[in-house]
Design a protein around this ligand. Structure first.
Ligand SMILES: [Zn+2]
Length: 301
């Protein structure tokens, strides 16, 4: 069974754990480091002949259009991580809609193809966002991977399903309704609770064997495992930010071994993109997308 590998493409300073020490208006003054580790992930995928889904933050895509097009050109799926990395459960429905609409349109204009998937920043679909999936449906998304069925201080819905589940459009007529698929990050059922093992800090902290065990277990349950990581997790040389001890631990633990762990994971398990898994039309690496810039008027008249 092919599992789902997903990468949240954003800068190291945009993570929620540092939001209290990195002001948004300083983002543009900070060193961008997202492109090299993203390309190393693309190289690892090429070497392993596997595909992945890249949830790209709109703010980051705006500043790295060539990188976004390269992801598609190399056969992977571009999906949306929203525009501004605001937590969904700290926004109202209206601001949330504005953010996802802006992020989706920006990516679609960049690649010249439609964007079907969405992941909320820090899995911030919680019991405070009962409107979130409905907004995604209305904005034309096909799937989401935004609800982490675990207990955590920042995110999570501990009793949410561990397996993919469908959200029906409540406004659609019965039977004919559109649906949105929610694909929860990988958890391992143990000791009467859901242990988060899907990637990110958990992947850096836990031995690779535990993750492999959890993937095989999920596959035995009949479903692909949803795995995630960030480019900054393959960048041990990134500047160290101040902040709370717990947040620093979560961000910096195991950075040096992450690239090797990812390569090993790809050797042990087959991965693909969500689009390919769901049989969605591939985002063609459109030459058209790169030449849609209109010629200056002077050259036309
Ligand atoms: Zn993020």
């Amino acid at each position: 069974m092919r599992n789902l590998l997903t990468i949240d493409v954003e800068e190291y300073f945009q993570v929620e754990g540092f939001a209290d020490v990195v002001a948004r208006d300083t983002w543009d003054r900070r060193e961008s480091r997202v492109a090299p580790p993203t390309r190393r992930i693309l190289d690892l995928l090429d070497a392993a002949r596997q595909k992945a889904t890249f949830f790209v933050l709109g703010w980051t895509a705006e500043r790295h259009p060539a990188l976004v097009r390269e992801i598609v050109a190399r056969g992977h799926e571009v999906a949306s991580h929203g525009y501004s990395h605001q937590m969904a459960d700290q926004q109202g429905a209206r601001d949330f809609r504005r953010d996802v609409r802006k992020g989706k349109k920006l990516l679609e204009d960049l690649i010249g193809a439609s964007v079907s998937g969405y992941r909320a920043p820090s899995f911030s679909f919680t019991d405070r966002t009962p409107w979130a999936h409905e907004v995604l449906l209305e904005e034309g998304f096909v799937y989401s991977s935004s609800v982490f069925p675990v207990r955590h201080d920042r995110y999570g819905v501990p009793d949410a399903p561990r397996h993919p589940w469908e959200v029906r459009d409540p406004n659609a007529e019965s039977g004919a309704g559109k649906t949105l698929l929610e694909l929860p990050p990988l958890t391992l059922r143990a000791f009467g609770q859901n242990l988060p093992v899907a990637g990110g800090g958990y992947m850096r902290l836990f031995p690779g064997a535990l993750m492999s065990f959890a993937i095989r277990r999920m596959n035995a349950e009949g479903f692909p495992a949803m795995v995630y990581l960030h480019p900054w997790e393959l960048d041990p040389g990134q500047p160290r930010l101040p902040g709370r001890r717990m947040n620093r631990f979560r961000h910096y633990v195991g950075l040096a071994s992450m690239e090797r762990k990812l390569a090993t994971l790809m050797e042990r398990h087959a991965f693909t993109s969500v689009a390919q898994h769901l049989g969605l039309a591939p985002q063609k690496p459109a030459a058209a997308a790169q030449t849609t810039v209109s010629p200056p008027l002077s050259s036309v008249v």
